[in-house]
Write a protein that binds this ligand. Structure first.
Ligand SMILES: C[S@@+](CC[C@H](N)C(=O)[O-])C[C@H]1O[C@@H](n2cnc3c(N)ncnc32)[C@H](O)[C@@H]1O
Length: 254
């Protein structure tokens, strides 16, 4: 799936908010080695590195387009193209940080277990995952994808989050020997200029998964239908309040 960094960063201020909230959950220690999973354009990775006073930070992402924007001049920070699904951190990082990334990765239990196994004792895990599938912004796309005219082109595929529920995450952390588990659900209230901005928001994230699987004409029709349905379900308030639910958790390896 191809990300469009420019489009993604249109809502930089709103996307930054949960990232900073997650960073506040991290226990500060001198000279930390940090692994930022699904780092995107890396701007926030560099911010995290400096905020934590880390000794070294590695940002990884599968998207060449996103990584092409990554800063190259921040001492101690580097970036690599790698898939979270097959990473084995091997005890090299004091903090594994994943903001708005794990929901894209299949087999979430196995992946999380492997990441925890790859933490040293005393190592920290900090994760934020969006859980927005039941909001019209996400539900409409899934409903359209199930219609015969799109289901055929998509081969029956529908984008569903790989996020688990919060109790499952907490239980998994406990079972893997993590302590001090701090897990919460939060609604971030974003004020967008209007309904078109909401479409722009999802076009920069969720809808990219459909764009990657549909030809140009079919995708244009899909977005047209999406826009119509959105108009039926979401008022065109200006500004538009967009409540966005996210799970945040932090824990330390005993
Ligand atoms: C919503 S963006 C979040 C970017 C950044 N963490 C932030 O908070 O702004 C999700 C990022 O996860 C990356 N991603 C998705 N699946 C991935 C995988 N399996 N391995 C590595 N990165 C992945 C995408 O390429 C994208 O850059």
């Amino acid at each position: 799936m191809k990300w469009n960094p420019k489009k993604y960063e249109e809502f930089e201020a709103q996307r930054r908010e949960p990232f900073e909230e997650l960073a506040r959950m991290v226990r500060r220690e001198p000279g930390m080695r940090v692994l930022d999973l699904g780092c995107g354009t890396g701007a926030l990775t560099a911010w995290l590195h400096e905020e934590l006073g880390a000794s070294e930070t590695l940002g990884v992402d599968t998207s060449a387009e996103m990584l092409a924007q990554a800063p190259v001049d921040v001492p101690g920070v580097r970036f690599e193209r790698a898939d979270i699904g097959s990473l084995t951190p091997g005890g090299r990082y004091d903090l594994i940080f994943a903001n708005a990334a794990l929901q894209w990765v299949p087999e979430p239990r196995a992946v999380l277990t492997r990441l925890i196994e790859g933490l040293p004792r005393g190592g920290q895990l900090a994760v934020q995952v969006p859980v927005q599938d039941d909001h019209p912004s996400h539900a409409i796309a899934a409903e359209l994808a199930a219609l015969p005219r799109y289901a055929e082109a998509l081969g029956g595929w529908v984008r569903r989050t790989n996020a688990l529920d919060l109790r499952t995450y907490a239980s998994l952390l406990d079972a893997q020997g993590m302590v001090g588990i701090d897990a919460s659900v939060r609604v971030f209230g974003h004020h967008l200029p209007g309904r078109d901005a909401l479409l722009e928001w999802v076009d920069g994230s969720l809808l990219r998964a459909y764009r990657a699987r549909l030809d140009e004409g079919t995708y244009a029709a899909f977005v047209g239908d999406y826009r119509e349905e959105l108009a039926r379900r979401v008022p065109d308030a200006r500004p538009l309040y967009y409540p966005f639910t996210r799970l945040l958790f932090h824990a330390t390896k005993a």
